[in-house]
Design a binder for this molecule. Structure first.
Ligand code: BGC
Length: 757
């Protein structure tokens, strides 16, 4: 690697400013006289949208469209995700790309977010594992990742300007951990910050997030780039931690940086640091850069099919699947012929080829007659004729396969959904077909949860196929006909009604800001803590076989927080087919001072089992598995006490519970201050002794002021109950005349004693 400091000292001020702004929509500036090449970037995340270096919205070069993140996350298969990174790297070499703009690690705060298809999960642990493994797979091959969109970019509505108002605990425990894991484990070359504001500060200038947390606490050494067009003021954004503004060129902005340095308004050291981070990545890319003539289109298509099959989730099956022995199949729905396998926006890929579900079904139908009806149009028009045609066909067949895809006008980057329903035509179609043909299987393509209560009772089976990538047609047919045993599990809850969803009352915000009023409680954390029935819980998915869980255990019943533990469980395939089970480990803090969700995912493993086979799965749980973020101590802490380790097949199908006692090793300073209440003094390990003595004296005096403390005495209420949660200072303020010193002096004296212990 070049000596970056020497190189920086040879650059002119103008060159440095120019290096920190794109030279084209996708390239950084090259400085030929010093041998500094351009860095070439391309969207992402689930395939390459490689346009020309100057191009923006033109058709991109053919590339494999892999399943989007909702699908890959539902595989719960970290090895497969790492392999995806590896395969994507091949295409980057072939299409001359150094950095792929992905993965997206934002949380699915609401299923309404139009871009959820590009994000992994409603759970930070699962999303973090997925993002980190994607990055490792890609970067092991010498292609950089751009982890995006940092942070709290959880909706498309007003995404360029909305102010996400998020409390510190929700930020630390829900919205940041997936990024944190991906940064610490994956060490992405670049992180892309989002468009939105966070707690009043635009992300491009958000020094707290970009400098203190990302570069400081997490030790991120790569470059921070803006989302495309997210910078408002280049000088302020440099100060705030944005190393590279994209896209470019923007000569006036580069000049503004030069002027600011010359006027003494911008410390040149800040610019130098941004340049150093840009150059570091530029030279990392040059070191590993190689070009390939092409990539193996068929092998990548086959891998895309495998990935899709692992991520599809069988939601309902009354026994109709896998299909067997049919003579006549009615395939209904335009997405069987024109598959909906990706989303709209910057991730949109020009696929190398597309597997059509209808063709794949015909190829596996084993001589059965396959009929087809379109069922619904592309737009939102009502077409009873298409429904009538479908019903006739369905009634004539042995079973109906209903292909229903949520159209792009309902779900895409750039806008959010207004509801969680399928289109009115699709709902009417499903109802009519399932009424005419009870043996109906609904095959869904959508990027995030849809509601089903209007029609699910009529369906014999439902297969969730997500935005499944270009080879999804193969995966669908393989699952329907039993060549593949489904093993995907939901990485997001499917609610019953929009009104039940966590952000319902705080969505999409108003007057420019959106308050994350549900705090920590998104996804299953909300439904479980509030006991709200859902259509399908987080972590849920059926298989053509069944699994038994036994002997969940930990080596020691009591541990310290820093020790961590390993939970082991024996999983047996109790059915007749080989299959895979996603074993999930949730942690519950039995009692805690600060509010905590009913349970939180802290580990998982996917295990492959032959019929009758048993394997022991061991899942590690570290400090963070038991910790919460304490906003006042500003650190992760474990509260000493009892925990439960819940081992299950979904968030609501807990099969085994293991008790564990965890002892905190943290040495914490007292949080007592002038506002501290009597209860807080009494419960504080340092303050309680100091306070006890004082309290005894005070009690005598309070009687003189307030009369008796018991109900029916004095003020006719239980005065002590009120005082327990009143600051000592406020109580003393009622008793001024009786005190030997002023209330302020007394409390300050107590505080001095408590803090000196
Ligand atoms: C999107 C990013 C994308 C970038 C470049 C932005 O609008 O939010 O995800 O990488 O454009 O296309």
């Amino acid at each position: 690697m070049e000596d970056l400091n020497t190189l920086i000292s040879q650059l002119t001020l103008e060159e440095k400013a120019t290096l920190c702004i794109g030279a084209t929509p996708w390239l950084t500036a090259a400085v030929e006289r010093l041998g500094i090449p351009a860095l070439i970037m391309s969207d992402g995340p689930h395939g390459l949208r490689r346009v020309s270096d100057e191009g923006m919205n033109e058709a991109s070069k053919p590339a494999t469209c892999f399943p989007t993140a909702s699908c890959t996350a539902s595989s719960w298969d970290v090895d497969l995700i790492r392999q995806l990174g590896d395969v994507l790297a091949d295409e980057c070499f072939a299409l001359n790309v150094n950095v792929l703009l992905g993965p997206g690690a934002n949380m699915k705060r609401s299923p309404l977010c139009g871009r959820n298809f590009e994000y992994f999960s409603e759970d930070p642990f699962l999303a973090g594992e997925m993002a980190a493994n994607y990055i490792v797979g890609l970067q092991n091959r010498g292609i950089g990742a751009s982890l995006k969109h940092f942070a709290a970019n959880n909706q498309e509505f007003q995404r360029f300007s909305i102010d996400a108002v998020v409390d510190e605990r929700a930020l630390r425990e829900i919205y940041l951990p997936a990024f944190e894991k991906a940064v610490k484990v994956g060490k992405p070359w670049t992180v892309m910050h989002s468009y939105n504001k966070l707690n009043g500060q635009v992300m491009s200038e958000n020094a707290y997030l970009l400098k203190d947390i990302l570069k400081g606490e997490w030790g991120f050494e790569g470059l921070v780039e803006s989302d495309w067009g997210a910078v408002r003021d280049r000088v302020k954004s440099l100060v705030g931690g944005t190393d590279l503004e994209m896209p470019g060129p923007k000569p006036a902005r580069a000049q503004a940086v030069v002027d600011a340095v010359q006027a003494g308004e911008l410390d040149e050291a800040i610019l130098d640091e941004a340049v150093r981070r840009v150059l570091r990545v530029v030279f990392m890319a040059r070191q590993t850069s190689k070009t390939a003539a092409g990539f193996d289109v068929d092998a990548h298509h086959a891998f895309a099919a495998r990935l899709a099959a692992e991520g599809m989730v069988l939601l309902k099956n009354d026994g109709i699947l896998p299909l067997e022995g049919q003579n006549k199949l009615a395939v209904i729905g335009r997405s069987a012929l024109r598959p909906h396998f990706q989303g709209g926006g910057s991730s949109h890929i020009n696929p190398t080829k597309v597997s059509v579900p209808l063709d794949e079904i015909k190829a596996r139908a084993g001589g059965a007659e396959v009929l087809f009806a379109e069922g619904y149009p592309e737009d939102d028009s009502a077409r009873q004729d298409l429904i009538d045609e479908a019903v006739v066909l369905a009634a004539r067949a042995d079973c109906a396969l209903l292909f229903i895809a949520l159209p792009t006008w309902k779900e895409s980057e750039g806008y959010d959904r207004k509801d969680l329903d399928l289109t009115a035509q699709q709902i009417a179609l499903i109802k009519a077909v399932t009424a005419a043909q009870p043996r109906s299987v609904v095959v869904l393509n959508n990027g995030s949860a849809v509601v089903m209560r209007d029609w699910i009772d009529g369906a014999a089976a439902v297969l969730e196929c997500w935005m499944m990538g270009q080879a999804g047609g193969i995966a669908i047919a393989d699952i329907l006909f039993g060549k593949v045993n489904p093993s995907g599990k939901l990485a997001e809850t499917f609610p019953r009604r929009l009104e039940d969803t966590p952000a319902f009352l705080n969505w999409p915000g108003e007057l420019g800001s959106v308050r994350y009023g549900e705090g920590l409680y998104i996804g299953y954390r909300w439904y479980d803590s509030r006991d709200i029935p859902v259509q399908f819980p987080f972590g849920y998915g059926l298989s053509y076989t069944s699994f038994a869980y036994a002997n969940a255990r930990v080596p020691k019943e009591a541990i310290t927080d820093v020790e961590g533990t390993v939970v082991s469980v024996d999983i047996t395939n109790t059915g007749k087919r080989a299959g895979k089970e996603v074993v999930q480990v949730y942690v519950r803090d039995v009692e805690s001072k600060l509010a905590r969700p009913a349970k939180e995912l802290k580990g998982f493993a996917k295990v492959d089992l032959l019929p009758g086979e048993t394997k022991t799965v061991s899942i590690p749980l570290d400090f963070r598995a038991f910790a919460f973020y304490h906003p006042k101590h500003k650190q992760w802490l474990v509260e000493s006490g009892d925990f439960e380790i819940l081992v299950g097949a979904s968030s609501q199908d807990i099969r085994q519970v293991v008790a564990l006692s965890v002892e905190s090793t943290a040495e914490l300073p007292s949080l007592l201050d002038r506002e501290s209440t009597i209860r807080e003094w009494m419960e504080d390990p340092r303050g309680s002794d100091v306070f006890a003595e004082f309290f005894a004296q005070m009690m005598e005096k309070t009687a003189a002021v307030f009369g008796g403390m018991e109900e029916g005495e004095g003020m006719g209420m239980n005065t002590m109950d009120m005082f327990m949660d009143t600051p000592v200072l406020s109580v003393l303020n009622f008793m001024d005349a009786l005190l030997p010193a002023s209330p302020d002096e007394i409390v300050d004296g107590l505080l001095a004693k408590a803090h000196s212990l």
